[in-house]
Design a protein around this ligand. Structure first.
Ligand code: ZN
Ligand code: ZN
Ligand code: ZN
Length: 450
């Protein structure tokens, strides 16, 4: 008889989910006994099972568990002030680097990355392309006129590359250009048709709204939703997988996030009006209501496969929309990329990792939306990999205030030290540095992914 095997996560997690769905009230040790009874060839420690229950939001203490085993909604208790995050069973980390692993760190921090081997200072650990990329507006504007690649954001300077191709819907009003057929294919896989002015004209109003505000989180959100819809059209399993991946980005919904603002009381009306406007455009463009027969027919041409109710709720309900906005705002990097592995890293004010943007200019072979993750210092096995979410040159209180937007209460060594060195400021000066209302407004908007 062969000895018991330790199942890989992608076999174990679905089995645990199914079991939890059937046994919503069993404790971890009984659940483990049952699991091993069902899978006699496996060996799984209770500790590992507990880790999975925790990372998948299936513990008894975490509120209502997703008991149907299908809906992989992140466990976002709206009361929680910490972002909810979970490990992504579809993410093949060794394909990026074999020196790190993802672990669930704590309720406060969620998941994180930990070194598995010695990492030297200056080492490039991995390079990563974004899940979606909402480029800087300057580049976005170039994309609108065909002066930069719609897919990888590479500017066509000084001239159009010889392999460049136009969107097939060029004659129907789409100006998108692509570096090559490869970028065109990738864009089509990622849902360009849904955001193409030629094939889905109302998407123009949605994108123009995002541009006018200007509000990059809306841009990134609609790109993510178009990507999931297009994966669903390819196959049910691809669609589910993409939705799962989307659900594993740390999430704090827009409303919960907003309420942490000291000024919320005074600006909430305006913000809510903006959310409503964005939502109207979003629905008109991507999920027209029953009353809009022409709109529904237009979308059905692009996504024929009917979408189940749970998926529609998650993507198109108003709550799903706000949650998506909050998720995007929380994870969007400063250049507008939403990165699967990079987004696992937690904040530290003296981080051991740095993100290097690979410049578009020198990038004949690299797309400019690609990033490289570089070690700032030597990192030993077991140490957590960290990046900074805010400008590390800011003093303690300013960092602390800015980090609230990420649901982060930093207790790093540097904060512990600087906390006592900085005098307590006047309360109203914690954000309004120069007393200029416009600057305050601008800062608040920036912090919400505008
Ligand atoms: Zn390209
Ligand atoms: Zn197009
Ligand atoms: Zn800190």
């Amino acid at each position: 008889m062969s000895s018991p095997i330790s199942p890989p996560d992608d076999a174990l997690i679905p089995a645990v989910k199914a079991l939890r769905a059937a046994q919503p009230t069993l404790g971890a040790s009984k659940l483990n006994a049952l699991l091993l009874k069902e899978h006699p060839a496996w060996t799984v420690s209770e500790k590992r099972l507990k880790k999975i229950l925790q990372s998948e939001g299936l513990t008894l203490t975490s509120g209502a568990p997703p008991t149907n085993g299908k809906s992989n909604k992140p466990v976002t208790s709206t009361q929680s002030k910490y972002p909810a995050s979970k490990l992504n069973p579809h993410l093949d980390i060794p394909a990026f680097t074999d020196k790190v692993e993802a672990v669930f760190i704590s309720e406060q921090k969620g998941k994180g990355l930990v070194a598995k081997a010695h990492i030297s200072q200056g080492e490039i650990l991995w390079r990563e392309d974004p899940f979606v990329h909402a480029p800087e507006w300057e580049i976005y504007d170039m994309q609108q006129t065909g002066a930069a690649c719609q897919q990888c954001a590479l500017p066509f300077l000084p001239t159009l590359p010889t392999l460049a191709v136009a969107c097939p819907a060029m004659n129907h009003g789409c100006n998108a250009m692509f570096c090559s057929r490869l970028c065109l294919n990738r864009a089509q896989q990622a849902g360009h048709a849904l955001l193409c002015r030629g094939r889905n004209p109302p998407s123009k109003d949605l994108l123009d709204f995002a541009r006018k505000e200007p509000w990059r989180a809306v841009l990134a959100l609609v790109m993510a939703v178009a990507k999931i819809m297009t994966a669903w059209e390819r196959s049910e399993s691809e669609g589910r997988e993409m939705l799962d991946i989307w659900g594993t980005f740390a999430t704090l919904d827009q409303e919960t996030r907003s309420k942490t603002l000291p000024e919320w009381e005074f600006i909430q009306e305006r913000h809510r009006a903006l959310w409503n406007m964005a939502y109207d455009h979003f629905i008109t463009a991507l999920h027209p209501p029953e009353s809009d027969k022409a709109g529904q027919a237009r979308i059905r041409k692009l996504v024929k496969r009917p979408m189940p109710e749970d998926m529609r709720q998650e993507l198109f309900s108003y709550n799903g929309f706000l949650q998506g906005l909050g998720r995007v705002s929380l994870n969007l990097d400063s250049h507008g990329g939403l990165f699967l592995l990079h987004s696992h890293m937690n904040h530290d004010c003296a981080p051991n990792m740095a993100v290097k943007q690979i410049a578009g200019g020198q990038a004949q072979q690299y797309p400019s939306s690609r990033i490289a993750l570089v070690a700032n210092k030597a990192i030993e096995p077991g140490e957590e990999l960290t990046v900074t979410y805010v400008n590390p040159e800011w003093p303690y209180r300013r960092r602390k205030q800015a980090l609230k937007d990420w649901g982060v209460e930093c207790n790093c060594e540097r904060c512990e030290k600087e906390k006592y060195e900085e005098p307590e400021p006047e309360p109203e000066k914690t954000i309004v540095e120069d007393g200029n209302g416009n600057d305050l407004e601008r800062e608040l908007r920036m912090s919400f992914g505008f």
